[in-house]
Design a protein around this ligand. Structure first.
Ligand code: NDP
Length: 289
């Protein structure tokens, strides 16, 4: 069987172009410019790259981008005060506090302080709860991107067996909720799952969100299954540099999976595109248009 790669980079570029068109129409018809505030505390190099990319792509989509960079020793109370100001600012429709936060800050408390209507990461318990009970919610960007790719390539997902490996609040659990909303039969696997390879072999749709390089082997994959690899793992090369690999052994999956997302170039580019989508959704809902 031929295994086809899912080109997340191209799909994300198309999605960003559609969002830019919708932003232009919102400005023209309603005088509304969606605004995204990104808050970065400290100097974590990976977070700095993410924040830079988010700001650039926000501006490219025609949205207003507000960057707030705070020193690593910022008091939690000062971060909470900034969040309160952004909650009250009518030019800001989406707020993203880049994680991880420094150790002296409580991320749960900071996320709880966000206005759920502006929580474009979809991490607030109100949004998690709304997703769980089937109401409109701002949905975490990475799983939203995974399900968009699945629907684009497979059409209707109803009745398919979906196995999600990983149960984090930012990927695994919301991915499972979204697949349930699409009428999949959903299994959530994790570090205590018995016979993980056997569980994975039941999957028509296999989502790996674990953070362990190439943990999912070729013979864990049901022939013809669609594999979505969320993992981003940096592993050392002989020349001292690093390379990115996913949670799935990509080469072993060739000839077994029907469709698979590569790493990089699969799920990764969808995350920022979905952040822009959430910001657009949040702006529309706040303005009532
Ligand atoms: P977490 O560390 O929060 O969660 C990992 C999950 O994997 C946990 O539920 C854990 O189970 C499970 N797990 C760990 N080891 C095993 C094992 N041996 N067998 C089965 N399950 C296991 O990670 P995240 O969800 O935040 O991220 C997962 C991966 O996705 C990472 O590589 C991350 O970098 C990547 N990622 C990529 C994004 C993108 O934009 N493409 C965005 C976000 C994350 P348990 O709960 O039992 O401990």
């Amino acid at each position: 069987m031929e295994t086809k790669p899912i080109d997340g980079k191209a799909f994300a570029a198309g999605l960003r172009a559609r969002i830019a068109d919708e932003v232009a129409a919102l400005k023209r018809d309603h005088g509304l410019t969606p605004g995204l505030a990104v808050v970065l505390v400290g100097e974590d190099p990976a977070s700095q790259v993410y924040v830079r990319n988010k700001a650039a792509q926000t501006a490219e989509a025609g949205m207003a981008s507000f960057e707030h960079k705070l020193p690593v020793d910022t008091a939690e109370a000062d971060l909470l005060a900034l969040v309160a100001r952004l909650n009250a600012d009518p030019a800001v429709h989406g707020i993203l506090v880049q994680l991880p936060l420094p150790a002296h800050m409580d991320a749960t408390k900071v996320i709880a302080a966000l206005d759920p209507a502006k929580d474009v990461d979809g991490f607030h318990v109100v949004n998690a709860g709304r997703l769980a009970v089937g109401l409109d919610a701002l949905v975490p960007c990475t799983p939203l991107g995974c399900v968009m790719l699945l629907k684009h390539h497979l059409g209707k997902l109803a009745g398919l067996n979906a196995v999600v490996v990983g149960r984090s609040n930012i990927v695994g659990k919301p991915a499972a909720q979204l697949l349930l909303r699409e009428d999949c039969t959903v299994t959530i696997a994790h570090s205590r799952t018995r016979d993980l390879p056997g569980v994975c072999r039941q999957a028509d749709i296999l989502i790996a969100a674990v953070g362990r390089p190439e943990m999912v082997r070729g013979d864990w994959i049901k022939p013809g299954a669609t594999v979505i690899d969320v993992g981003i793992n940096r592993i050392p090369k002989d020349d001292g540099k690093t390379r990115l690999v996913g949670d799935v052994a990509y080469q072993e999956a060739q000839g077994i999976a029907g469709l698979i997302t590569p790493v990089p170039g699969g799920v990764g580019p969808m995350t920022i595109a979905c952040l822009l989508q959430n910001t657009l959704t949040a702006a529309r809902r706040q303005a009532g248009v």
